[in-house]
Design a protein around this ligand. Structure first.
Ligand code: COA
Length: 321
């Protein structure tokens, strides 16, 4: 592939909520949350929507790439917390940006959503259908989280990140792998609307996010190292030749276990989950944007992006910056 990430952007809600503040809602403690997850605070929307956050992130990615919204040919938004069933978030973002020439649609692969959307965009560009794409991952998870469930409400945050990708000469995105295991969908789920019509009314099973934390943990620490090894084998690159591993920011203990299994120093696993929590499909592009803007990504750096989440879904990608 010869598709390069030309610009990154992100946007977070203004309000931050500390672990201490959560102790007013559920029976928990700052110490428990930090120790089990590494999270100290998260950003929670008090008015920002998925569309405003994603549009802001996309605008910044375009500015960073030096491109105009009218140049965008494909606009993808990965999300599992859209504010509307229809129209899709990508069309709403398109309207805000004025990206009138883009084809726009959403994609839901939960916390792997951004990676799956990036892969989709690359496939379109690689096939010559489009020359470029704007790919965002955004969530307002705070509206689908059960704020009385201490096992989940402490984990998640709201936000959005985006990248602008374009056909380029060399380097760029070197390889992808992605996998899904629908047989294990019950370990992390959230129903949308119950079947209700003049002929039937069925109860809703899980209006809010429901999770078997231990199952998700063991899935992540088993499958993520395997799929990172898979993408490295596919591209002929060794783990020691990778500069940074930019992973979905679910939990510090998950990242530490993955690093250990890959025999890679934790210094090469940048983290922002302490400040933003788990933002599902926004995690990877927000962290990537922070690294880009702080000058940690040098031209030619090799970066592995890897995500995992509900579905179950998981995937990895190797990028030469
Ligand atoms: N504060 C205090 N105690 C809590 C708590 C909280 N926020 N949440 C759960 N507990 C309690 C449980 O009720 C349980 O108490 P009990 O022993 O009296 O029954 C105890 O802590 C242990 O619960 P358990 O669920 O076994 O904890 P854990 O060590 O597995 O940690 C997670 C829970 C959620 C932090 C952990 O399973 C995890 O990180 N899983 C991955 C989740 C994830 O990343 N999901 C998103 C993937 S995209």
């Amino acid at each position: 592939m010869s598709i390069r990430i030309m610009g990154t952007g992100s946007a977070l809600p203004e309000k931050t909520v500390s672990n201490l503040e959560l102790t007013k809602l559920v029976d928990t403690s700052d110490e428990w949350i930090r120790e089990r997850t590494g999270i100290a605070q998260r950003h929670i929307s008090t008015g920002e929507t998925l569309v405003t956050l994603a549009a802001e992130a996309c605008g910044r990615a375009l500015e960073n790439a030096g491109r105009d919204a009218s140049q965008v040919e494909l606009l993808l938004v990965a999300t599992c917390s859209p504010e509307r069933g229809i129209p899709c978030a990508a069309c709403q973002v398109q309207r805000v940006l004025g990206a009138e020439n883009a084809a726009a649609f959403d994609l839901n692969a939960a916390c792997s959503g951004f990676l799956f959307a990036l892969h989709t965009a690359c496939a379109y560009v690689e096939a010559g259908i489009y020359q470029n794409a704007l790919v965002a991952g955004g969530e307002v998870l705070s509206k689908i989280v059960d704020w009385t469930d201490r096992g989940t409400c402490i984990l998640f945050g709201d936000g959005a990140g985006a990248v602008f990708v374009e056909k380029s000469g060399t380097g760029g995105i070197l390889g992808f792998v992605q996998h899904s295991d629908g047989t294990r969908g019950d370990v992390l789920k959230c129903d949308s609307r119950a079947l209700k019509n003049p002929y039937v009314e069925l109860p809703m099973e899980a209006e809010f996010v429901q999770m078997d934390g231990r199952e998700v943990f063991s899935f992540a620490v088993r499958q993520v190292p395997a799929c990172i090894r898979e993408v490295l084998t596919k591209t002929g690159v060794r783990a020691e030749e990778v500069d940074l591993f930019v992973l979905h920011q679910a939990n510090r203990r998950i990242l530490e276990t993955i690093a250990k299994r890959l025999a890679v120093d934790m210094e090469r696993f940048p983290m922002n989950l302490d400040r933003v929590g788990n933002m599902s499909s926004a995690s990877i592009p927000v962290l990537l944007d922070e690294l880009n803007r702080s000058g940690r990504l040098e031209r030619g750096s090799r970066i592995v992006l890897a995500g995992f989440g509900a579905g179950l879904t998981y995937g990895a990608c190797l990028v030469e910056w």
